[in-house]
Every structure is written in C-alpha cells, then in structure tokens.
Design a binder for this molecule. Structure first.
Ligand code: AMP
Ligand code: ZN
Length: 466
C-alpha cells in the first residue's frame, strides 16, 4: 500500500512495524459544539484508510475525545472551548461534553465510519498527561510562567521537521501566534495551564505544579503512546493540524521517549464552501442534521466525499450534493438489478477476483476513492460479468465504500392527486378510449395548467408533478 506521508512529502510504501497489528491514532472531536460536515469529511477519509488497512491487517485504531483543554486560540491564551460552551448554553462543562460527544457518534455512525478500537477521553487520562509533563520537566524541556508550564521548542532541533523550515520561520514572524511576554519562543506551547486565581474552573485537577488543566497537544501524545507505544505506524488528522498541533505532538513525544513518534503522517484536505470557511456565526455551519432537514440521506454526503481524493480540497454545494444523491440512487439501482436477476451470489470467480483486485489496488494507491467508485460503476455496467458475479463484487466494493449499495430501492408512494386533476385524468382516459385525440390534448393542457404532466405509455397514462 502506498500512502502519502506529510513527513517525507511523497507517497511511501506502507510497512507496519508489526505485521500482526497496525497501529493508528486519529485526532478526534473537541466536544463543545456539533461536528460540521467539514470535520466529518476528515473522519470519512480516516474510515477509508481503516477499511483499506483491514483488508490485509488487523488494526488497532485509537481516537481521542477532547473534552477539556482545547483553547480558542493557538497563542495559549483565550478560553478553553469546553468552558466557553458551558457558559454559552448554561450547562456544566461535563454535560456539554457528554451531549456533544453522544451527538458526534450518532453522526459518525450515520456516515458509516467504523468505530475506533479504543475511544479515549482526555478527562480520563489526566495522570498519564501529568506523567508525560514530568518526564519532559526532568529532561529539561520545560519552563514555568505565571500561567502554566511550557515546552521550550528551541531545545528540540527537529522542531520544523513536519512543516519545513520556511513555515516555522513564518510562524516566528508572529503571523499566527502572538508572543506573550513570558514565552521564550513564539512557538513554545503550554503543557499544563494553571486555573485562573480569581475564578474556579469547572474542570480542573491537582498537579505537581498547581491546580489546572492539560494543554491540548499533550493530550494526544499521552493517550496515543499509552495505547499504541512510543512509535505509532500511522497518525491522521485534518491538514490544519500539521503546523501546530502535530508539530508539537512530535516535539514533546520524541523529547520524552527519544524515539521516532510516527512513521506515517496522513492528513486530509479541507471541505470548503464557495463563500469561504464554515462558520457558525455566518450561518454556514452545516451538520448532518442540516442535510437531513433538507431531505438528503447522510450517505449521499459520504458519496460526495468519495468523489474527491482526500488530498484535494472539496468545495461543498447543494448542487454537488444533489448530483451525489442521484448518482448513489442510480448505482444502487444497478446493484439491485443484478440482485434481482440472480438467485444467489457467485463465489469469488476469477472474473470477480480481477475486479476485487482492481478496487483494492485503487484504494491501496493512497486511497484513490474516486477511482474505486468509477470501477464500481464500470463493473455494474459491464457485459462480461454475470449478475451473480456483479453481486459478489458489489459486496466486496461496499465493504470499503460503505454506501449501502444493496439497499432495496424505496418504493415511490402513490401520488395523491387533487380531485379536479383526477377527474380530468379520468375524462382523458375515456377520450383516448374513444380515440378522440383532440379532446385528449385539450385535457392534457388543462392538467398541465394545474401543475401536472401526463405521459402516455404502453401501460396507460402516467402522471407526475411538474
Ligand atoms: P476539531 O473538532 O475542531 O478538533 O476537528 C476535528 C477534525 O476535523 C480535525 O481532524 C480537523 O483537522 C478536521 N477539520 C476541521 N475543519 C475541517 C474542514 N473544513 N474540512 C475537513 N476537516 C476539517
Ligand atoms: Zn490530536
């Protein structure tokens, strides 16, 4: 399998440390608000990776839930997103975390993303985070300011490894992170933040340095290494995490263990809107529920995500979602036809194996989902595969695409016609029986004026709404 590795900047052959079990960590949600469909695009790409790995290996997949410690700004000042959510909704920070986490998993399941092997909540791993900060302190990587314990990035000479020197230089120019008086370097970051002296936080813990809460970056390192060891095969996340979050994870983990933290860094590109970023205030915050309210099934969105490679930006629009929903319906139709034409599924014949291999090769080429989709269309339209073979292939394809391809087509509810339209339709049937084509045409126009279209088919008149 080839995977594009952000650290090497090319597609690398994937070789796990232990072929018995691949280890993968994915940055999970910060549960202070609903996940938007941009966030969920990242989980869909990670699911494609997980399903592709599982074709050949067993996989230990860990995902965190950030239920404390993610600050609203990268400058290590500003409020913790959880406490902010609590203040906004007049609930406790713990209630906020529970509510949005439950909602997150519902959306995640609706998009057919495979649940991780281990879900780790930050608030349940405070001792592990404190232990990691202590190790960093003992090794001389930390310093204390009035608001917390900080990591000194100047002590780690590979700090720019993931992003490249130029981008870190840009950061030092102060473009992204404001330099606080007490920070030694603009890129330094909080490992442990003290609770404010004048305010009691809802989420805070004792530590060797004083009451407070962990920084966001330390959470991921502590939980990833607890469950997966010092070196992980794969670490995933959205592209926005490269410069700061993942760069910091590498620095603190490698400083603590002296070992390479991650062999393959895999990042998904963003979902964007024509109008720019998805934001709650701008009314452009689209969730799975928004899609449902507009009449789309969540899997139409999964289909849309599969039409673009995970390393290219995808622009969201309702027109593209419409066409994804239509394509999904038509693909299911083809799969259903194959199913209806055969009493059972063919065993994996040589023919089927060839198609299965083609689809596997597409996915193993840096997760080429658009190609895998195209192959599925091609196979279902092919004249060289029998219906039973098609059915067998669809089962395999859907174990990766996860689009419910064998769902029975939804029977169309009979159209409820207004009485006047029904009357005109009956008169028209009579006129046609009498071969009175003139009257028939007049009646067709009258029906059209009421918003309905009549077609004449060998089965008789068919009517639908305009
Ligand atoms: P958060 O809950 O904000 O920590 O984000 C969860 C995941 O969604 C992270 O892996 C982010 O990198 C990713 N993410 C955030 N915004 C987008 C977006 N517009 N498109 C794709 N992924 C995103
Ligand atoms: Zn993370």
């Amino acid at each position: 399998m080839l995977l594009y590795n952000t650290a090497t900047r090319h597609k690398d052959e994937f070789t796990p440390q232990n072929p018995e079990q691949v280890t993968m960590y994915c940055c999970g949600p910060t549960v202070y608000n609903y996940a938007h469909i941009g966030n969920l695009r990242t989980y869909i790409f990670e699911d494609l990776l997980s399903r592709t790995i599982r074709l050949k290996y067993s996989l230990k997949h860990v995902m965190n839930v950030t239920d404390v410690g993610h600050l609203v700004s990268d400058a290590d000042d500003g409020e913790d997103k959880m406490e902010l959510g609590a203040a906004r909704e007049g609930k406790s920070a713990w209630d906020i975390a529970k509510f949005y986490e439950d909602k997150f998993w519902k959306d995640y399941d609706a998009l057919h993303c495979t649940r991780p092997t281990i879900i780790s909540r930050a608030t349940a791993h405070i001792p592990e985070m404190i232990a990691l900060v202590k190790t960093l302190e003992e090794k001389g990587y930390t310093y204390r300011t009035s608001d917390g314990i900080y990591y000194d990035t100047s002590k780690f000479d590979r700090y720019d490894a993931l992003v490249g020197h130029a981008r870190i230089q840009g950061l030092q120019g102060g473009a992204r992170v404001e330099m606080s008086d007490e920070k030694r370097n603009p890129t330094d970051f909080a490992l442990w933040k003290f609770s404010p002296k004048d305010k009691k936080r809802q989420m805070e813990w004792d530590s060797p340095w004083g009451v407070g809460f962990p920084g966001w970056h330390i959470e991921c390192s502590a939980m990833a290494m607890k469950y997966l060891g010092a070196t992980l095969d794969i670490h995933c996340g959205g592209i926005d995490h490269v410069t700061i979050h993942h760069t910091n994870e590498i620095a603190q983990s490698e400083s603590a263990t002296g070992k390479k933290y991650v062999n393959y860094w895999v990042h998904g590109e963003f979902l964007i809107l024509r109008s720019g970023k998805m934001s709650k205030s701008g009314g452009t915050f689209v969730t799975v529920d928004t899609l449902r309210e507009k009449g789309y099934e969540p899997l139409a969105y999964r289909y849309l995500c599969l039409t673009a490679h995970y390393r290219t930006q995808l622009e969201f629009s309702y027109e593209s979602l419409d066409s994804a929903a239509k394509s999904l319906k038509n693909l299911r139709q083809l799969a259903w036809q194959a199913k209806m034409q055969t009493p059972g599924m063919a065993l994996v014949s040589e023919n089927v194996q060839t198609w299965n291999d083609k689809l596997t090769a597409a996915m193993e080429d840096d997760l080429n989902a658009p190609r895998a989709l195209a192959l599925t269309w091609e196979a279902l339209r092919s004249e060289t595969l029998t219906p039973a073979e098609k059915l067998s292939f669809v089962h395999f394809a859907d174990s990766i695409l996860a689009l419910d391809l064998l769902q029975a087509p939804v029977a169309q509810a009979p159209l409820q016609l207004p009485g006047q339209v029904q009357q005109l339709l009956d008169q028209r049937a009579q006129a046609r029986q009498n071969k009175d084509w003139k009257t028939s045409d007049v009646l067709r126009d009258q029906i059209a004026a009421l918003g309905y279209v009549v077609k004449d088919t060998p089965q008789g008149q068919q009517i639908e709404k305009k």
